[in-house]
Design a protein around this ligand. Structure first.
Ligand code: B12
Ligand code: SF4
Length: 549
């Protein structure tokens, strides 16, 4: 492969695509597609109870940390900020990171680079690279498919096999709920850790699995529990966290690594909390006690319909598993696909109801979507079922089908999807309430557990429940009467249980903080009704920069 003539002396800009995001525009922003994980695809029907936060673009942060060239990361720029960066600093290489929905923005950014910094080499990476024929849609010099750290190291003539340094990543930013912005306290938010990219399970629709090699393949940044432990200790010390968002598509699948991590955590007395993605069959490789001791406090798990026959669910009663996890204080985020091949207008309501009956703490719904690069896309293309006039900006699983479904129309796909979100909210209540129930169960079960690491973790969690969350329960109980009286009664019951456990502090906070939260919740509801949206701030971070001058 060719290397850049300046090798590690080349000055690099790595940028994510420009905002604002939560609006409809000609570059592919969509109001339905904000830059917010939960509000975009999990709690979007939950009004002022929706959990709102931003997450940085970790791919470019990882690349920046692992090259020795002078490098700026520009995250969530406006077009103006991108132009300013190109004209105030000279860059030899401009790297743009994007996913498929943002191809229109990449096209515009390439155009801007050619105009404002004509000597720069343009490198485009991330999932956008999987679009067939993307080289004819954008004016880039290199389009990188798959893992980007090793590509960039090779391009700069550096050692691509050098150990991976992990950047310090605060997971969620500017968290808001019920109209309140949570303070950005050091250590108050989890740190993100990325042990690997890709997933060897290779489900046919899965874009992350396909992008990093497909079935049987993935790229491990940290092979062993020892390596992972060392990275986590470093992050813990620097960011003062004990909570980690483990960004690994199927963390629990690698049991040897996870169990070694547990061993080291025990030896060092680490009371960490881990939020993980895991498939049901991977979770079943562990006992509940192993999961609890490992600090698993939140699991994101696919609940795909058993009738769809995905191997990761076979032999598992996922509803029973969900119940068990929650009984042990582990929050469950279910993920359900709407519009699978066997769905019809006659059975889809029942299938959605069945997913909702899992009573997960959070529930993501996504349309079955053939995404370029996946086996499903290939299959649909071969069958001539892809719709040809769909803008890539609308292919994200939260709008309408991009293919011809055997039984469900494109318009109906959106109706069913929106209904699924609404129905889950109406039947199970706000996710914050559900989470409170799970925390209480976990604390009751483990408050006297012999391992002090475990006790400490549940004590940390219950501290929030007995104070601010109880005030939130008081508000949810009041407000939810308008939506579903029986859920409001369930919230009331839970609040009483919390107040029985913590009679003084819980009542005091409900009485003092409750009315303020009620006011901010109603104010937020009004703001949302007027169409108010949130955008992430722009970040500029430079590394190895001084040596560049
Ligand atoms: C965090 C995240 C987000 C964050 C924000 C991220 C951001 N700042 O842009 C939030 C939650 C807001 C988000 C939103 C959305 N997301 Co998102 N998100 C993720 C998630 C969970 C992690 C991304 C990550 O950091 N991975 C780890 C890093 C290391 O991997 P990476 O980003 O792929 O980067 C590597 C390579 O791709 C490459 N690379 C990346 N950039 C570059 C640049 C250069 C120059 C080079 C050389 C290489 C390179 O090198 C990196 C290291 O190997 C992924 C799933 C996943 N597991 O990756 C989905 C994912 C990227 N999101 C996805 C989607 C569809 C969306 C949404 C449309 C929501 C939705 N409806 O699902 C919105 C779009 C928002 C918008 N308006 O643009 C899809 C993309 C599908 C596709 N094929 O395009 C993914 C893959 C999830 C999925 N499985 O469907 N997302
Ligand atoms: S188990 Fe999850 S991450 Fe792995 S291939 Fe299937 S859908 Fe993708």
């Amino acid at each position: 492969m060719e290397t850049h003539p300046k090798k590690s002396h080349a000055r690099i800009l790595l940028s994510s695509v420009f905002g604002p995001y939560a609006q409809d525009d000609e570059f592919g922003s969509r109001s339905i597609n904000p830059m917010e994980l939960y509000h975009n695809q999990v709690t979007r029907a939950q009004g002022s109870f929706s959990l709102r936060m931003f997450h940085r673009s970790w791919g470019i942060m990882m690349i920046q940390e692992n090259i020795s060239a002078p490098c700026s990361v520009l995250d969530f720029p406006t077009r103006k900020a991108f132009a300013r960066e190109l004209t105030t600093n000279h860059y030899d290489i401009v790297g743009i990171s994007a996913i498929i929905v943002n191809v229109g923005k990449v096209r515009e950014m390439c155009r801007m680079v050619r105009e404002l910094s004509p000597d720069s080499v343009i490198v485009v990476g991330g999932h956008v690279a999987a679009i067939p024929g993307v080289e004819n849609m954008i004016d880039a010099d290199h389009i990188v498919k798959g893992e980007g750290i090793s590509w960039m190291r090779r391009y700069l003539g550096e050692d691509e096999h050098a150990p991976i340094r992990h950047p310090l990543i605060v997971s969620g930013l500017e968290t808001r709920i019920m109209g309140m912005r949570l303070p950005n306290r050091k250590g108050g938010t989890a740190a993100t850790i990325i042990p690997s990219v890709g997933c060897p399970t290779g489900c046919n629709f899965c874009t992350t699995s396909a992008f990093f090699g497909g079935k049987g393949k993935f790229v491990n940044f940290y092979e062993t529990g020892d390596e992972l432990f060392e990275v986590m200790c470093h992050i813990e010390a620097e960011l003062k966290v004990h909570s980690f968002f483990v960004m690994d598509e199927n963390f629990l699948l690698h049991r040897t690594r996870a169990m070694r991590l547990l061993e080291l955590m025990k030896q060092a007395g680490k009371s960490w909390e881990l939020s993980v993605f895991a498939s049901a069959n991977a979770i079943r490789k562990y006992t509940m006690l192993e999961l609890v001791e490992l600090g698993v406090s939140w699991v994101w798990m696919g609940l795909e319909s058993p009738k769809a026959g995905y191997s990761k669910l076979q032999g598992n009663d996922v509803r029973q598993l969900t119940r068990e996890l929650r009984e042990h204080g582990i929050r469950v985020q279910g993920s359900t696909i709407v519009g699978l091949e066997h769905h019809t207008p006659d059975n889809i309501v029942e299938e959605i109801e069945s997913a909702i009956a899992h009573q997960t703490d959070f529930h993501q719904f996504m349309l079955y979507t053939p995404v370029p690069g996946t086996p499903l896309y290939q299959e649909m293309a071969e069958q001539g079922r892809l719709l040809s006039d769909i803008d890539y900006a609308d292919v994200h699983g939260q709008y309408k089908f991009n293919f011809r479904h055997a039984a469900i129309s494109r318009e109906d796909s959106k109706r069913f999807l929106d209904w699924a979100f609404w129905r889950d909210f109406e039947k199970n209540g706000p996710s914050l309430y559900r989470m409170c129930g799970t925390i209480l169960k976990g604390w009751r079960r483990y408050k006297d557990y012999p391992d002090p690491r475990v006790r400490e973790r549940f004590e940390r969690e219950v501290k929030k429940l007995s104070s601010a969350y109880n005030a939130a329960l008081w508000v949810m109980e009041k407000e939810f009467k308008k939506v579903n009286r029986s859920v409001s009664e369930r919230i009331h019951k839970l609040r009483r249980e919390v107040e029985n456990e913590f009679p003084f502090i819980a009542r005091l906070t409900a009485a003092s903080l409750g009315p303020i939260l009620l006011w901010s919740t109603r104010r937020e509801e009004n703001r949302l009704a007027k169409g108010s949206t949130y955008e992430p701030p722009t970040f500029v971070e430079r590394r190895n920069w001084v040596s560049a001058t």
